[in-house]
Ligand binder design. Structure first.
Ligand code: RNT
Ligand code: ZN
Length: 418
């Protein structure tokens, strides 16, 4: 029955020049990097009971059942992964190091502290992406890390950055899948600074030291993530957009665009075809800001759809890494992963299903009337049938059927975590 709905849908798309089988193949081949930090509100496991501190980001909510250990986090990720179709990767932050109860400086981290994560990724058939953690740490408490005026603090964080690239490269090599290592630092001022230049000079030079070691791009590429403002850095962020765009262009780094890091009236989608004229690759932090960089769970909304449209229309998928970045502690965290990842995938599917040929032709012919007609028609094509078929083929639950599984897992596993 439902197969025939899918067949009918495919025929409608085919009539507009869209090859649904090719679309499904592309969707299945495009990995989404699941961010470990949704599972425990960005706490990490360096020391028991540690929570997110500093860094201008905040997880709000007290929903019970957050992961309290690496084992719990992995079990939760495995549960979410069963509910999400398609290829997945793990996006790991350094503060999730497996230290076996020992105290190790972040500047001293090496692959041994992450080997269990790499092995876990291998068992899942996932690649791994990585993030040095420049927050939730005593040496980040005054709000400055790589751009600190204190050379000792700067050197500590440079060493952490160097260490993280090596760890990521080792993961990339072992897993046979290139890692993307993303550098985001919280550095900035709550109130208006006098000297805006000094911290930026220090950051540029510190980054050059972090990236000095040549690493085979088959194993790791580096991205840098810009930001407009954060909590406690409302007036000045050292790593602003202009700073990192210039840095990425001149140093041939990937640029990370996070959907929550711009003025709320800015359109992230429009930036993609501009920055990819000049930077080698794009890391997306798919997120949803509500009034500010609130990191709400991704939904199938217009901004997310527009981002995926730009990536697909530009033929940029091979140069784009799709990562998620949200942390909602007010709802079931496994549901948050599932909703956010499935919504990102739906956005990508919609973009792949656009009647691109028609739209290109009408635009090239200067027929803007027809272009508007087909843009509107595209919105009511039977995309849901294609999504359901994708889930079926991937052995993932169709529709909201996954919610029952989350509720059962909550009852059996999450509710007994106190
Ligand atoms: C913060 C950045 C950054 C973090 C994660 C935890 O504003 O978006 O990507 O959310 O690294
Ligand atoms: Zn981000």
């Amino acid at each position: 029955m439902s197969t025939s709905f899918f067949t009918q849908a495919s025929e409608r798309y085919a009539a507009l020049g869209v090859d649904v089988e090719a679309v499904l193949a592309t969707l299945a081949a495009t990995p989404i990097s699941l961010h470990c930090w949704q599972g425990d509100d960005v706490g990490g496991f360096e020391k028991p009971g540690a929570g997110l501190s500093g860094g201008g980001i905040q997880a709000t909510g007290n929903y019970p059942g957050k992961a309290r250990s690496i084992a719990e986090l992995r079990a939760d990720l495995e549960q979410a992964a069963r509910l999400i179709p398609g290829r997945k990767r793990l996006n790991l932050h350094a503060l999730y190091a497996d230290l076996g109860g020992k105290k190790v400086e972040r500047s001293e981290y090496d692959v041994t502290h992450f080997q269990s994560w790499i092995d876990w990724c291998k068992a899942q058939g996932w690649g791994m992406d990585f993030n040095p953690s420049f927050f939730s740490h005593p040496l980040a408490n005054d709000g400055f890390t790589l751009s600190s005026a204190d050379a000792g603090i700067r050197d500590y964080w440079i060493a952490h950055g160097v260490a993280c690239r090596r760890i990521a490269a080792a993961a990339g090599r072992q897993l046979g899948s290139r890692a993307v290592t993303n550098v985001w630092i919280p550095d900035g001022y709550k109130d208006t600074p006098f000297d805006r230049k000094g911290p930026r000079e220090r950051l540029a030079s510190a980054l050059d030291k972090v990236f000095a070691e040549k690493i085979d791009e088959a194993h790791n590429v580096d991205a840098v993530e810009a930001k407009l403002f954060g909590i406690g850095s409302e007036s000045y962020v050292v790593g602003s957009h202009e700073f990192y765009l210039g840095y990425a262009v001149t140093r041939k780094k990937w640029l990370c665009l996070d959907a929550g890091h711009f003025h709320p009236t800015e359109t992230l989608a429009d930036k993609i075809s501009s920055v990819l004229q000049y930077v080698p690759g794009l890391l997306l932090h798919v997120s949803r800001g509500v009034r500010w960089d609130s990191d709400h769970v991704v939904i199938l909304d217009d901004p997310t759809k527009a981002v995926m449209e730009e990536v697909v229309r530009g033929g940029f998928l091979p140069r784009t890494a799709i990562g998620l970045d949200f942390f909602d502690a007010s709802i079931n965290r496994i549901a948050a992963w599932t909703i956010g990842t499935r919504s990102a995938q739906k956005s990508l599917l919609l973009a792949l299903l656009e009647p691109a040929k028609k739209l290109r032709e009408t635009e090239a012919a200067g027929d803007h009337t027809s272009r508007l007609v087909w843009q509107e028609e595209a919105k009511t094509l039977p995309f849901g049938e294609v999504w359901d078929e994708f889930c079926r083929r991937q052995n993932a639950p169709v529709g909201a059927a996954w919610l029952g599984e989350v509720k059962a897992y909550e009852k059996a596993v999450l509710s007994v975590r106190r």
